[in-house]
Design a binder for this molecule. Structure first.
Ligand SMILES: *Cc1c(COP(=O)(O)O)cnc(C)c1O
Length: 388
């Protein structure tokens, strides 16, 4: 029986059956179980920041797991303190950190933090964006602006009003003195790598300041160098009240963070929240290795090369390119992303059919000029193959 057939037999059907089974990786290269080699231009959904089997990540994780793998929050350990200090240093704003294991848990912490503030102030509802994605647990799912994955699991404990993304006037109308918090991605990831108009986040900040609502930046996909900045909101010149991180932070090991700034830093009192595994020493060691080895200048350089290369391609199936840094979508002229994903894999490149007309490109941040060039060179033929 193939691995796919065994997978189908053993697993719940929520993912469908992925056609490719990966066996190992090195840098941007991965090999499937048949030994076929690919260049990985999706990086486990913007997660494997350092690529696969990066020596610094291997060393940090191996040493830590051989030393102390778990403490629970009954005991503290140095890697978590070092990591929190490093993150706050990069954020350049006074704040405090809570570590979780995943993106949805980071948002769940933000949701509870905001809810505590909202109850104290007598506020009653959240605002988030249509098509936004914040995770699959109930609080995070209620914020997610995709009725197809949300509505069958409602009703939800707190009302969430969804507004069109990038429309500051719609946000201004939706956010009143009764609004607890506004949850937004600095660029919408799962919606198709959709950046907002310039200046949108500054307006979001201003609307939150005017009404007293908390501003929550969900940077689970956008942070840790992905856009060429440590955090995407830094390029927008704003500081949110609450920031959530996960995906690329652990370079493949599970870790998430919820960071509060200003008054939001100390909203949780002792006993208000917790996680047995959150901020475990191995994941913290991995995240420290990531922060030590992400080179923003390199990201900016190869991102500019990738963007220029993709934009130079003229093809009837390619409408354009959008996104920031090493986090782009190929926007197609037809709903052919599945065909592009398949043709790319046949040509030796892993990309992601994100929306019917959008293909996500998010290679490891260590991707080289030569690897980018080989993808750019291969793309016209991939598109032609997909269009057949
Ligand atoms: C992936 C993602 C999440 C959910 O993260 P998980 O680790 O899958 O729970 C939340 N918000 C954004 C913006 C994401 O991209």
């Amino acid at each position: 029986m193939t691995l796919q057939a065994r997978f189908e037999k053993a697993f719940m059907p929520n993912y469908g059956v992925p056609p490719i089974a990966l066996a190992r990786g090195e840098g941007v290269k991965v090999w499937d179980t048949d030994g076929t080699e690919y260049l990985d231009f999706i990086g486990g959904i913007a997660v494997t920041s350092l690529g696969h089997a990066h020596p610094a990540l291997v060393e940090a994780v191996s040493t830590q797991v051989a030393t102390l793998a778990h403490t629970s929050n009954l005991f503290l350990h140095e890697p978590e303190v070092l990591l929190a200090e490093r993150l706050l240093g990069l954020l350049k704003a006074p704040g405090k950190v809570f570590f979780a294991n995943s993106g949805t848990e980071a948002n769940e912490a933000a949701y509870k933090l905001a809810l505590k503030f909202g109850k104290h102030e007598g506020r009653s509802y959240f605002v988030a964006a249509e098509n936004g994605f914040h995770g699959r647990t109930i609080g995070a799912l209620s914020l997610t602006g995709k009725p197809a994955i949300r509505d069958q699991f409602g009703p939800f404990p707190v009302e969430v009003r969804h507004v069109p993304y990038g429309d500051a006037e719609a946000l201004r109308e939706a956010v009143t003195g009764d609004c607890i918090a506004v949850f937004l991605e600095p660029t919408q990831g799962e919606a198709g790598v959709v950046p907002p108009p310039d200046g949108y986040f500054a307006e979001v900040r201003e609307i939150c300041d005017a009404t007293g609502a908390l501003m929550v930046a969900d940077e689970i996909q956008s942070a840790i160098g992905r856009t060429g900045h440590w955090f995407a909101h830094q390029a927008d010149g704003v500081v949110p009240d609450i920031l959530t991180l996960a995906k690329g932070m652990g370079g493949g090991l599970p870790i998430g963070a919820c960071i509060g700034f200003g008054d939001a830093a100390t909203l949780f009192a002792k006993g208000d929240h917790g996680s047995t595994f959150g901020g475990n020493p191995v994941s913290c060691a991995a995240a420290l290795a990531v922060l030590d080895n992400v080179d923003l200048e390199h990201v900016q350089k190869v991102a500019a090369q990738l963007r220029a290369g993709l934009e130079s391609i003229e093809h009837p199936l390619l409408k354009g390119v959008r996104g920031r840094g090493l986090w782009l979508a190929l926007v197609l002229t037809a709903d052919a992303s599945a065909q592009v994903q398949k043709a790319a894999a046949d040509a030796g490149f892993l990309v992601n059919a994100l929306q019917p007309d959008a293909v996500r490109i998010a290679p490891p941040l260590v991707v080289t000029d030569a690897e980018i060039q080989s993808f750019v060179d291969a793309l016209p033929k991939i598109l032609t193959e997909a269009a057949r």
